[in-house]
Ligand binder design. Structure first.
Ligand code: NAP
Length: 297
C-alpha cells in the first residue's frame, strides 16, 4: 500500500486560521496587535523573496509587520543600533534578521544582540539552552513545524524510535532535542546520523519515524527504510528539469517515489515541511506578544 501523504499545506492552513482568530481576540480583548520587525540587508533574491513571503503571511493572519531594508554596505554598528532600538520597542514582539548577511557584518554578533524574549527564530543561545533543558522559550521554526505536522497528523511520537539524518543547528540538532524531551508530543528514543556515521542504513532501517535534513537528493532510498515507517523529508534541492519553465524543480532528500511504496506516511517536497516554517514564525510572534502582555491563554 502507498504511504499516506502528510500534507504540510493543510496543517499550516489550519494553524494559520486558528492564529487569525486568536489575533482578532487579542485585538478586541486587549487592544494588542502582535508586531514583527523584519530586517533585510542587501538584495539577495532568495532573501527578498523570503521577506515578501513573510510580509504576506503576516498580513493574512493580522500580524503587523515592519520592514527595515538597507543597502548591502550597511555598517555593522548601524545594524546593531537598530536591533537595540527594536529590542526596546514595546510594539515589536519579534525581531527577524534575514540571513545571510553581507561579509562586513558578523552574523553571530547580530543574533546575540537580539533580545532573547524577541528572538522568534529561536537561534539565540539562551533559547537554544532553554530548548535543551526543556524550559519554555522560543523553539526554532522548522523543527517545531515538523513536530506540529506529526502531532496534527496523528502520528504518535512517544516511545517511538526517531532517527534524524543531519545535525545542523537549524534542523537536525533542534528536532532531535525537541523530540527527546519528556513531554507530550515527544518522549521518543532519538538517534542522530551524519557524515561520520558508519553504515547509516543500519540506523535508518530501525526508524519508526525518519527525519531527513541532509541537503542532498536521494540521501535516503527505499532499501534504507522499513515497511510502515513515517518519513519527514526536510530537504529542499533544485534539480535541472527542462520540462519546467524555470528550468528546475524542487526535490527533497528522500527518493520520494521509491520510499512512498514502503512508508506508512511521508511528507512531500514541496508541500510538506516548507509551509510550516513561516507558520511557526507567526506562532512565535503571537506567543511573544502574549508573554510581553502577561496573557496566559
Ligand atoms: P546543513 O547545515 O548543510 O546540514 C546538513 C547535515 O546533513 C549535516 O549535519 C551533514 O553532516 C548531514 N549530511 C549531509 N549529507 C549526508 C549524508 N550523505 N549522510 C549523512 N548525513 C549527511 O543543512 P540544513 O540547514 O540542516 O538543511 C538541510 C536541508 O533542509 C536543506 O536541503 C535545506 O534547504 C532544507 N531546509 C528546509 C527548510 C524548510 O523550511 N523546508 C528549512 C531549513 C532547511 P555533517 O554535519 O557531518 O556535515
Amino acid at each position: 500500500m502507498e504511504a499516506k501523504i502528510l500534507d504540510g499545506n493543510r496543517v499550516a492552513e489550519a494553524m494559520r486560521a486558528e492564529m487569525k482568530a486568536e489575533i482578532a481576540r487579542l485585538k478586541k480583548g486587549h487592544d494588542l496587535v502582535p508586531g514583527l520587525a523584519v530586517v533585510l540587508v542587501g538584495d539577495n533574491p532568495a532573501s527578498v523573496s523570503y521577506v515578501k513571503g513573510k510580509r504576506k503571511a503576516c498580513a493574512e493572519v493580522g500580524i503587523h509587520s515592519i520592514e527595515h531594508k538597507f543597502d548591502a554596505n550597511l555598517p555593522e554598528g548601524d545594524l546593531l543600533g537598530l536591533i537595540d532600538r527594536l529590542s526596546a520597542d514595546p510594539k515589536v514582539h519579534g525581531i527577524l534578521v534575514q540571513l545571510p548577511l553581507p561579509r562586513q557584518i558578523d552574523e553571530q554578533k547580530v543574533l546575540l544582540a537580539i533580545h532573547p524574549d524577541k528572538d522568534i527564530d529561536g537561534f539565540h543561545p539562551v533559547n537554544v539552552g532553554k530548548m535543551v533543558i526543556g524550559e519554555e522559550g522560543y523553539l526554532p521554526c522548522t523543527p517545531h513545524g515538523i513536530q506540529q505536522i506529526l502531532l496534527r497528523s496523528g502520528v504518535q511520537v512517544e516511545g517511538r524510535h526517531v532517527v534524524v539524518v543531519g545535525r545542523s543547528n537549524i534542523v537536525g540538532k533542534p528536532i532531535a532535542n525537541i523530540l527527546l524531551q519528556k513531554k507530550p508530543g515527544a518522549n521518543a528514543t532519538v538517534t542522530i546520523c551524519h557524515t561520520g556515521t558508519k553504515d547509516m542504513a543500519y540506523f535508518t532501517r530501525q526508524a519508526d519515524i525518519l527525519i531527513v535534513a541532509a541537503g542532498r537528493p536521494n540521501t535516503v532510498t527505499a532499501d534504507m527504510v522499513r515497511e510502515g515507517v513515517v518519513v519527514v523529508d526536510v530537504g529542499v534541492n533544485r534539480i535541472p528539469d527542462a520540462s519546467k519553465k524555470s528550468g528546475f524543480r524542487l526535490v527533497g532528500d528522500v527518493d520520494f517515489e521509491g520510499v512512498k511504496q514502503k512508508a506508512g506516511a511521508i511528507t512531500p517536497v514541496p508541500g510538506g515541511v516548507g509551509p510550516m516554517t513561516i507558520t511557526m514564525l507567526l506562532h512565535n510572534t503571537v506567543q511573544s506578544a502574549k508573554r510581553h502582555h502577561g496573557i496566559e491563554r
